[in-house]
Design a protein around this ligand. Structure first.
Ligand code: NAD
Length: 293
């Protein structure tokens, strides 16, 4: 059995998987690989899958399968798996790190000190305590963000068409019912027909003026130009994002030059601990596959 690690995984994974056969990171061996492991970088399109003539299983280390042509895999009898539970804490911590960094003006404080400035009077902060956080998507990651926000004394509300019960989140019946109430909004949905472009000039107009919007979900859930316009007008005080329309964004993406942005290069799942967790789940999935379960 040959296992191809097409993307970056924890350094310990090749050794862990050696019990199943040969493990390689050489992309040229795709045609001989029985199992292919990918994260976000590799796009398992029809063309990619056609090159993998012997592939029996493809595993995406992470949440979601938007970079895998799942119907085509099914057609070819290829088993498709992912590791949806592993990344919740890593992504929730990044969303919360962004939520703390913005009102504490950490980036401006750091950059001004590097420039030799002492902005003690100018850099007035605001607190998260007592503010309202709205979660769009109250699944695994949304629920982890809620726990952290409650520990900071925030009021946590949310909208999710599927989740109807939560101990930590006061669920609202619609997005429209939630948007006007929030000081902070954090998005945790996949991209699908309902969520694609859901943050646009109409929904942004329903938000409180000066809202801080955090996106660690998917870049395609927003309309980029509408967010840029809202940042320019002050309707949105900050757009903090880890996710982009495409990875990386093209140099002419309007977001890169917009004011009041906080940006990260899609690192939500990239904690050392998460890469280890993903590795453990991949080992378990391959173990079950080999055992014929
Ligand atoms: P999950 O499936 O547990 O939760 C997603 C929730 O979104 C579900 O409860 C679903 O009902 C809800 N939802 C779907 N459509 C909605 C809509 N129109 N409005 C409101 N809610 C809606 O998934 P999860 O593990 O919490 O992950 C959430 C998302 O985070 C993933 O789909 C992925 O896009 C993103 N993600 C990003 C990173 C990163 O590196 N930044 C890493 C992992 C996951």
């Amino acid at each position: 059995m040959k296992i191809l690690l097409a993307d970056a995984f924890d350094a310990s994974l090749p050794e862990t998987l050696r019990k199943y056969g040969e493990v390689t990171a050489d992309a040229a061996q795709l045609p001989e690989a029985d199992i292919v492991l990918i994260r976000s970088k590799t796009k398992a399109t029809k063309e990619y899958i056609d090159q993998a003539a012997k592939m029996k299983m493809i595993i995406r280390g992470g949440v979601g399968l938007d970079n895998v042509d799942v119907p085509y895999c099914k057609e070819k009898g290829i088993v498709v798996k992912n590791t949806p539970e592993a990344s919740s804490i890593a992504v929730a911590e990044l969303a919360f790190a962004m939520m703390i960094a913005v009102p504490n003006r950490l980036i401006e404080a750091h950059n001004s000190m590097k420039e030799g400035k002492w902005l003690k009077k100018e850099l007035k902060r605001t607190e998260l305590y007592g503010k309202t956080l709205g979660l769009i998507g109250c699944g695994r990651i949304g629920a982890e963000v809620a726990k952290r926000a409650l520990a900071f004394g925030m009021k946590v509300i949310g909208y999710d068409p599927v989740v109807t019960k939560s101990d930590n989140i006061e669920l609202k019946p619609s997005l429209d019912a939630m948007l006007p109430l929030c000081d902070y909004i954090s998005l945790h949905t996949p991209v699908n027909d309902q969520t694609k472009g859901m943050i646009n000039k109409n929904t942004i107009a329903k938000m409180k003026k000066g809202v801080v919007f955090i996106n660690t979900g998917r870049g395609k859930c927003i309309v980029e130009q509408d967010v840029v316009d809202a940042l320019t007008s002050g309707q949105m005080a900050c757009y903090a994002t880890d996710v982009w329309f495409s990875d990386p964004p093209p140099p002419d993406s309007p977001l890169l030059k917009a004011p009041n942005m906080l940006m990260a290069p899609h690192i939500g799942a990239s904690s050392n601990e998460n890469l280890l967790r993903i590795g453990k789940q991949v080992d378990q999935i391959i173990g079950e596959f080999v055992a014929g379960k």
